[in-house]
Every structure is written in structure tokens, then in C-alpha cells.
Design a protein. Structure first.
Length: 84
């Protein structure tokens, strides 16, 4: 069973939110690492894979946002050319 993850508290300080997020994810992270180790993966392999997954996920999200912005720009340009 997955470890529960607490949501953010209402704070404006980004450093507090990042630390709070890390604390909220820690148990689930530890559970994931332990499950991977029991499956036979070396600790270094697990950490490198998790870091790579995080990097790729962040790049995917950035690419998605860029694509969304380009689509909105194209739609706005089309509306302007049509005179809508």
C-alpha cells in the first residue's frame, strides 16, 4: 500500500513550501526505494533512475506547456485573421 502524502499548508515562503513538500514525499520515497531494493535493484541504480525520471518528467511538462502556448498563439492568430 502506498504511503499517504500530506498536502501543502498555506504558506507564501517558497523555501518553507519546498521543505514541506520534501517532508511530505519522504515516506513514499523511502517506500519506493525499499520496494525497488527488494526487487533486486542496487541503491545507486534506483537513485539514478529516480533522478532521470524526475528530469524527464520535468522536461515533458515544460514541453507540454510550450506546446499549449503555441496552440493558443496559433488559435489567437487565426481568430485575428478571420476577424472574430
Amino acid at each position: 500500500m502506498s504511503a499517504p502524502i500530506a498536502g501543502p499548508k498555506r504558506t507564501a515562503d517558497i523555501s518553507d513550501r519546498l521543505l514541506e513538500c520534501e517532508e511530505a514525499l519522504e515516506r513514499a520515497f523511502q517506500d519506493l526505494v525499499e520496494r525497488a531494493e527488494r526487487a533486486g535493484w542496487d541503491t545507486l541504480e534506483i537513485y539514478v533512475a529516480l533522478q532521470s525520471l524526475a528530469d524527464h518528467h520535468m522536461l515533458m511538462k515544460a514541453a507540454d506547456a510550450g506546446t499549449d502556448a503555441m496552440i493558443e498563439f496559433a488559435n489567437e492568430r487565426r481568430r485575428m485573421l478571420k476577424g472574430d
